[in-house]
Design a protein around this ligand. Structure first.
Ligand code: FPP
Length: 251
């Protein structure tokens, strides 16, 4: 079987996963970095560093086992309220990640996409994101979407404004709007809705993440903090998901 190596490596949990019927799209709220650092007597920024490295590990593993779409909540519209040095560290980690991605994504066949209002980021970060988008356009592999300065409500308002503008130009009429056409105005217009939403860190809420897209997603909550959320934890979440019965409102 194509991914037998990766299956064996995760031992017993891998045996509980049906690798031929994986969720197509997994979304993750990266939570618990601060507490991870505090438990070790480290500054919160060390937690974000560990969280960023774990994102690389989990994204690569998703690609290896054949997950087609991975979307992560890295920085919300509310996260600007955090202390300046913490925000700067997160933006620095993002820059480091993007710089490395530009060098490796072609080799790794991992596509990167960004969701959120990037216009408030530094021109340098915006430029790096644009370079990642350009490289991704030539690739076919797992699509990793990183949500930055993202809020679910803001996304819906932004989509409504774009639709209203298209009405004003005469490109569309108000009566053309359906759930399907509206989705094209969202940041995620070109990707399917998440099948599985994972929130590490112990909280059991959506925190303004993918409000539209998670209408029928299965939720998995775990107290494990994001930097400790290993490949094995991911497989546990997938195995749990595979026992759910998804009816999408039917019987
Ligand atoms: C939530 O944990 C985490 C964040 C707000 C930032 C996440 C950012 C990164 C992991 C770095 C850059 C990301 C990528 C994808 C390269 P928290 O600080 O709220 O944790 P706490 O609840 O324990 O305080």
């Amino acid at each position: 079987m194509a991914f037998s190596f990766f299956r064996k490596k995760q031992g017993d949990v891998a045996g509980q996963v049906d690798f031929d019927h994986l969720p197509r799209h997994i979304a993750i709220i990266l939570d618990g970095n601060g507490r991870w650092a505090k438990r070790r007597g480290l500054p919160r920024t060390a937690g974000h560093r560990a969280g960023s490295e774990n994102f690389r590990t989990i994204a690569t593993y998703c690609r290896d086992i054949g997950i087609q779409y991975l979307t992560v909540y890295a920085f919300s519209t509310e996260n600007w309220k955090r202390p300046k040095d913490e925000v700067e560290t997160i933006m620095g980690l993002l820059k480091k990640y993007l710089l490395e991605a530009i060098d490796t994504m072609e080799r790794d066949n991992v596509r990167l996409h960004f969701m959120g209002d990037l216009s408030v980021l530094t021109p340098e970060l915006q430029d790096l994101a644009a370079q990642c988008n350009a490289i991704s356009a030539r690739l076919t592999g797992c699509l990793c979407s990183i949500c930055i300065n993202y809020g679910g409500r803001a996304e819906i308002v932004h989509a409504a404004q774009s639709f209203a503008n298209d009405c004003l130009t005469g490109a569309v009429k108000p009566g053309d709007l359906t759930e399907e056409t509206f989705e094209n105005y969202l940041y995620s217009g070109h990707i399917p809705s998440p099948d599985l939403l994972i929130r590490p860190g112990g909280e059991q809420r959506l925190s303004n993440f993918l409000l539209w897209q998670c209408a029928y997603s299965e939720f998995y909550f775990t107290p494990v903090l994001w930097p400790d959320f290993s490949k094995r934890e991911l497989l546990k979440a997938i195995a749990n998901y595979q026992h759910r019965s998804r009816r999408f409102g039917g019987v």
